[in-house]
Design a protein around this ligand. Structure first.
Ligand code: TYM
Length: 401
């Protein structure tokens, strides 16, 4: 299927778009079906083996476990790396709230791994303009939140010599190269097309309708002359959850018409809501989410109180029939954050057999997440305004192109 053939979500299918993720199944979104509908490719084991062979590094557990499950043109990116040719990474965040949640970490964790593994530059777009248009925020507040979220992103340890983080409000206002690309993209896409891709309607404000060009523009190296010296032929790889794919289907459709390379992508599954995998963890529902600002007590209470259990309804029943890891949220969260494969396998075995109770599994998760969030808070607190300014100043990055 061509990139631009994705249909709007039919009612009987899971709903997956940049604003909604809803599945009828307690197991969550049917990702195999989604790959077919979106026209992307599965990340096959052979591709991971090739990556390992080329880089000499084992695949990240999020890749190995199929959390990142789908791709577009990843093998072309590996071809470039093999030939010693340049590429860059691009990802982003819509700063709608002060606090990011655990789900938001997923694309950034893999992006950090990819930056370290391939030693390439990275651009991170903070779409404060998007959040102003979609949420009940003033433009000043959206801009402020971009800087707050930048601190969380910097706390993950991206190499300052190879990373440019930008607020759309700041950068679009200062870069004619970026704005020129936005214009080129805007001229290639009709209202009918964005209606089809994003479901915009007659009552959506015109800012929303033209926004996709802004998320598309960082895919092109010529949008960043201070990094790529005006070159327009350096391709990018975009890690994101699959909800963002509609933007990049549009971008890939437009790229050849502008004489630019199509961006490659790797897509992750969704980190589910506490209440179950029918929806993703979302900042707009605080009870569905564990935030990077939560206290130890909040983490414990939220998991114990809200995390959907795949266990039996009584201890007796659980011992007899065992737990169902396919729907159990504590287990699912462990597949994202417990790195030790053997330990994870053992937990699965013990929970499925009924040896391990829901409360015990939740305790394992709590003991992983509490220190992880605590460490994040400490690292974030150490990020000064000066450091933020350094990452967010348009400048040359350490990169041979
Ligand atoms: P935002 O802020 O909604 O999300 C930021 C990133 O986190 C991913 N994500 C999740 N991943 C796993 N589980 C979840 N529950 C979950 N919720 C969100 C998103 O897919 C995204 O990768 N418009 C974008 C900002 C953006 C962007 C980009 C994202 C601009 N350019 C390029 C990715 C790539 C947004 O509002 O993301």
């Amino acid at each position: 299927m061509a990139d631009n053939e994705a249909s709007p979500n039919p009612v009987e299918d899971d709903v997956v778009d940049p604003w909604n993720v809803v599945s009828k199944s307690v197991k969550g979104v049917d990702y195999d079906k989604l790959i077919k509908r979106f026209g992307s490719q599965k990340i096959e084991v052979a591709l991971l083996e090739r990556m390992e062979m080329l880089t000499g590094k084992p695949p990240h557990h999020l890749l190995k476990r199929g959390v990142f499950f789908s791709q577009r043109d990843l093998s072309q990116v590996l071809d470039l790396y093999e030939k010693g040719k340049p590429f860059f990474l691009y990802t982003g965040r819509g700063p709608s709230s002060e606090a990011m949640h655990l789900g938001h970490l997923i694309p950034f964790i893999i992006t950090k791994y990819l930056q370290d593994t391939f030693n390439v530059p990275l651009v991170i777009q903070l779409t404060d303009d998007e959040k102003f248009l979609w949420k009940d925020l003033t433009v000043e507040e959206a801009h402020r939140l971009a800087y707050e979220n930048a601190k969380d992103i910097i706390a993950l340890g991206f190499d300052v010599n190879k990373t440019f983080i930008f607020s759309d409000i700041d950068y679009i206002g200062s870069s004619s190269a970026f704005y020129m690309n936005m214009l080129r993209i805007q001229r290639c896409v009709t209202y009918n097309q964005v209606k089809g891709i994003f479901g915009f309607g007659d009552s959506d404000c015109i800012g929303k309708i033209s926004f996709p060009a802004i998320q598309a523009a960082p895919s092109f190296s010529s949008s960043f002359p201070h990094i790529f010296g005006g070159r327009k032929d350096i391709p990018c790889l975009i890690p994101c959850a699959i909800d963002q794919d509609p933007y990049f289907r549009m971008t890939r459709d437009v790229a050849p018409r502008l004489g630019y390379p199509k961006p490659a992508l790797i897509h992750s599954q969704f980190f589910p809501a506490l209440q179950g995998a029918q929806t993703k963890m979302s900042a707009s529902d605080p009870n569905s989410s564990i935030f990077l600002t939560d206290s130890d007590k909040q983490v414990k209470t939220k998991i114990n109180k809200y995390a959907y259990s795949g266990g039996g309804s009584s201890v007796e029943e659980h011992r007899k029939t065992g737990g169902n890891c396919d729907v159990d949220i504590a287990y699912q969260y462990l597949t994202f954050f417990l790195e030790d494969d053997e330990k994870l396998q053992q937990l699965k075995q013990d929970y499925s057999s009924g040896k391990l109770l829901t409360g015990e599994l939740k305790k394992v998760l709590i003991e992983i997440l509490q220190p992880l969030i605590k460490q994040h808070k400490e690292r974030r607190a150490a990020v000064t305004d000066e450091t933020v300014k350094e990452y967010m100043t348009p400048r040359k990055l350490a990169f041979d192109y």
